[in-house]
Design a protein. Sequence first.
Length: 253
Amino acid sequence: MIKYIVIPARYASTRLPGKPLREICGKTILYMVYEKAMLSNLKDHVIIATDDKRIQDAAIMFDADVVMTSPDCKSGTDRCHDAIKGKDADIIVNLQGDEPFIRPDMVDLLFDVMLNERLDMATLCTPITDVNEYTNPNVVKVVLDKYGFALYFSRSPIPFKSSHGSAYISQRTILNNQCIYKHIGIYAFSRTFLEKYVTMERCVLEETESLEQLRVLENGFRIKVLITDYNGFGIDTEEDLERAKTFSFRKTT
């Protein structure tokens, strides 16, 4: 089984333009993600997928294998599919280009479960420990069934946790939760399922939430979600970028 990590990177982010080339402590976000991908023990190949020459040029500068994809790709996963055309890839991990704090062992966790359980698709989540993340629409939440498959992903606070009938939720409640999880922006696909995914209809929930993984659930397929410890976060806004600079500085001091 040949295992690829594909890093889709788009320059024209609406919330943070030029995001892959923005810097955290002297390194671009793109390079930080690529560094982590290269440290995976189970990967066979790592490629960056983009439709922007500025990102291509930056990737070439640090000797990455970069593939120019169609500007018509509507999601990162569509871009991954475009990038592996003509390549012998059996398992593909879509490591989004805005997750600079992903650890290599998290990538390998996905490769391992895909190899051992022969799944269509898998992803990761981690318990939410901060009430601000629970209420933040830029933090995607996921609800799981008892077998570890996704029931739903949302930008809204799910599952809804009330206190005596109120929408109020305390930090203590968050810390003691056993079912409130943050989705981590990394996906693993079998080659067969990835090719099926890109032919699926984009349905109302995907459009409403602007979450590409909902396409899978809406079309009747399942996503295995593994729970892992992770205190990092993706970069979506200027506020995230400033937080990442502080977070990265603390990790190196």
